[in-house]
Design a protein around this ligand. Structure first.
Ligand code: TXA
Ligand code: MG
Length: 355
């Protein structure tokens, strides 16, 4: 927790006693790095202003960007909305929202976050003053055990410095935020590797605010219809999650899509940097490899699910290489490919405004 702490010493194997210590640290108002099935989170007691304010401070996150509240199960999750009173519907609630809640909560535990009218038990600092709250029930055995031991919900954004690539192993958290956390629970490599899908429940039907592991196709099949933004921008309602900035999830190095790079090569004014790295989504032949100084193959077979689960770790590794420019593949925007391309558009935009 101070400048001299070795990041590795903050990482703890998730024994019952380590999970108990994590729950105690959270109860004392400290931050803990937690594994989830999507990405690692930076958790605090969601009911305490002082604890939650440490999250914003540690990440350098604007206070206008609200946090997701994590609950142990769907019954606990209900308490953080204003849709229900105890086990009953709140008389003032819109029945269409309650129907949508029931459909959405069938995906829990899992990588789906639901934005709904909030209850007063969730403080303003979590929702950035909005009258809605984002809630999810994560599906990771360590996080589930931890939530069961905490008599409060956990506010947790992805455990990265604001706008950097999300962490998918414990070491990413300790390296980036080691000075701010009491400890990091090591839950292994995150299964999904991209952040949860976010939907906002609405009288007109749910809207997709951020694509993720639960796909638009799955949501459409259960809701009948869902308002899906084109290429990460919801033109119809001009609304995405407030934290979905055009430049986000970005490595520090310049990142461009391979087709854009090929166009750049043909431009007389383009000065090729010294060392160029290539991040590929399937095998490259020798001729393709030879054009680059370093090559990362995210998945030999081009499997979208595996690409998603490894992508952020590869981006971080490439960012730490001595390449001056990183060139990356696109993938098909079906299933989880929509989430991969959403994140990559934001990551590449920082150097290439034409995406
Ligand atoms: O998979 C995940 O969702 C991970 C793990 C740790 O659960 N968390 C995560 O949190 O990705 P974060 O803070 O990095 O992204 C949450 C997104 C932000 O874009 C935020 O603006 C949006 O959720 N959000 C939170 N509350 C909202 C609300 N009331 N209305 C609309 N968007 C909201
Ligand atoms: Mg994030």
């Amino acid at each position: 927790m101070n400048q001299d702490t070795d990041p590795a010493s903050l990482i703890h194997w998730p024994t019952d006693s380590a999970i108990r210590r994590a729950a105690a640290a959270l109860a004392a108002g400290d931050l803990v790095g937690v594994p989830t099935e999507t990405v690692y989170g930076l958790a605090a007691d969601a009911t305490r202003d002082d604890a939650v304010s440490k999250i914003y401070q540690a990440k350098g996150r604007p206070s206008t960007n609200p946090l997701i509240v994590h609950a142990a199960d769907a019954t606990a999750a209900r308490r953080y909305t204003s849709l229900f009173v105890g086990d009953r519907h709140n008389a003032g609630s819109d029945p269409t929202l309650i129907d949508q809640w029931k459909i959405a909560s069938a995906f829990w535990p899992g990588p789906l976050t639901v934005v709904v009218p909030r209850s007063s038990s969730i403080p303003d600092i979590v929702t950035a003053g909005r009258d809605t709250v984002a809630i999810r029930v994560p599906d990771h055995p360590v996080m589930r055990k931890l939530l069961k031991q905490c008599p409060f919900p956990l506010a947790a954004p992805s455990a990265n410095v604001s706008n950097y690539v999300s962490p998918t192993i414990a070491r990413h958290v300790a390296d980036g935020l080691g000075q701010s956390v009491a400890m990091v629970l090591d839950g292994g490599r995150c299964d999904w590797g991209v952040e949860s899908t976010i939907i906002q429940l609405d009288a007109d039907g749910p809207r997709l605010l951020r694509p993720g592991g639960i796909t638009a196709e799955q949501l459409r099949s259960v809701f009948g219809r869902i308002d899906v933004p084109e290429q990460g921008v919801n033109h119809s309602k001009a609304q995405v999650a407030p934290g979905q900035l055009p430049t986000h999830y970005s490595p520090d190095k310049s990142l461009v899509f391979v087709d854009r790079y090929e166009t750049l090569l043909g431009e007389p004014s383009f000065q090729a940097p010294q060392r160029i790295g290539r991040i590929a989504f399937s095998r490259l032949d020798d001729a393709q490899r030879s054009q680059f100084d370093q090559v990362w193959i995210v998945d030999e077979t081009g499997d979208l699910r595996r690409i998603a689960s490894r992508l952020f770790a590869v981006l971080r590794e490439a960012d730490q290489s001595d390449c001056d420019l990183l060139v990356i593949d696109r993938c098909e925007e079906i299933g989880i490919g929509r989430a991969i391309m959403d994140r990559l558009r934001r990551a590449t935009r920082s150097v290439d405004q034409s995406q």
